[in-house]
Design a binder for this molecule. Structure first.
Ligand code: AHM
Ligand code: MG
Length: 327
């Protein structure tokens, strides 16, 4: 039988002990969040919490629970200097001498699927403090957060589905880990590669009338089978982690273009687009905001939104070309 390798051991093979600690904290939190989700129908955790977050969105009880678990689990680690969460308006600094990692996360993505037993996920990005850690101020922390995605030292997500699976990268390929009955995330795939092209497109087509014309024409081209000689099929779950996970395994393209309602895109650059873009590129895929590579965008605000087109290289490059030509 193959030896069991946990996510912490996997990280220790190629990265620092501090980063191993961060992954230990994320794994512990994900275990707890996953358990709560698995048994959600038996406790009073479904439904709205009764407050809106900084983005003006209704918080679900499980959003608030997952955020608390992530903050507690990461907040006690010697290596973590700050957390940034979708659910908190401002970064949460810890000011520990020697701590150098900033963990940026969406604690529970896919709010519309929480109550209906459909996959949700936790998405995370790890960045490093750019200045010395001994006397870091909130300004150093904020400046270190607002770095382009190329500076991420690690990224990943946990998908809570039929299996609970963590997919991660520390910049040297993409690996997957399945939560076993002992509570360990055990390596189930050492090196993931996104197919160069795939059979599916994934988008909320209800918004198509308000997409820029280039996106509608691109979709029509996929449907006519002009890109790979075969018409594409549609898959859309409405949970980014689940839609991305399928795209990573099967290939194709996920798109959340600008819309009239969200002219700058709906998804968030720092804790949704950047981590998934790093994973996509590490697996041989690509991610753009339309004209530009996601990982090179300079963030200006921590909750900044962006259009996101991510997936197989062939499909993403064709979309980027269509958008650039339409300018
Ligand atoms: P959330 O962070 O509030 O859950 O919103 C993000 C979710 C993504 O999981 C998903 O890709 C997208 O919103 C779905 O949006 P829509 O319902 O507009 O299709
Ligand atoms: Mg989200």
């Amino acid at each position: 039988m193959a030896t069991k390798v946990t996510v912490e051991q996997h990280v220790a093979e190629g990265a620092s002990p501090e980063l191993r600690e961060v992954f230990g904290g994320i794994a512990a939190a994900a275990r707890e969040i996953g358990k709560k989700i698995r048994l959600a129908g038996l406790s009073d955790v479904l439904g709205a919490y009764g407050a809106v977050n900084v983005q003006g969105e209704q918080q679900q009880k499980l959003d608030v629970f997952a955020n608390g678990v992530m903050l507690r689990s990461l907040g006690k680690l010697a290596s973590v200097i700050a957390c940034v969460s979708e659910e908190n308006e401002e970064p949460i600094p810890f000011y520990r001498a020697g701590a150098k990692y900033i963990v940026i996360f969406d604690p529970l993505d896919g709010s519309s699927n929480i109550d209906v037993n459909v996959n949700t996920g936790t998405i995370f990005s790890v960045q490093e403090l750019s200045s010395s850690t001994a006397d870091a101020t909130i300004f150093d922390v904020t400046a270190s957060i607002l770095q382009p995605g190329t500076k991420q030292v690690a990224a990943g997500y946990v998908v809570y589905g039929p299996s609970t699976v963590m997919v991660m990268t520390t910049g040297a390929g993409v690996a997957a880990f399945t939560l076993d009955d002992n509570g360990d995330f055990v390596r189930s795939s050492e090196s993931m590669h996104m197919p160069e092209q795939g059979p599916y497109y994934s988008a909320n087509e209800a918004n198509a009338a308000s997409w820029p014309a280039a996106y509608r024409e691109y979709l029509a081209m996929l449907l006519r089978g002009e890109l790979n000689g075969k018409a594409y099929s549609a898959r859309y779950i409405g949970s980014l982690v689940a839609d991305f996970h399928r795209t990573l395994l099967k290939g194709g393209v996920f798109l959340y273009p600008p819309t009239d309602k969200a002219p700058k895109g709906k998804l968030r650059l720092l804790y949704e687009a950047n981590p998934l873009a790093l994973l996509a590129e590490q697996a041989g895929g690509a991610a753009v905001n339309g004209p530009k590579r996601i990982l090179e965008l300079q963030p200006e605000q921590i909750h900044q939104r962006t259009p996101l087109i991510v997936g197989s290289k062939r499909e993403v490059e064709a979309l980027q070309k269509a958008v650039l030509e339409a300018r």
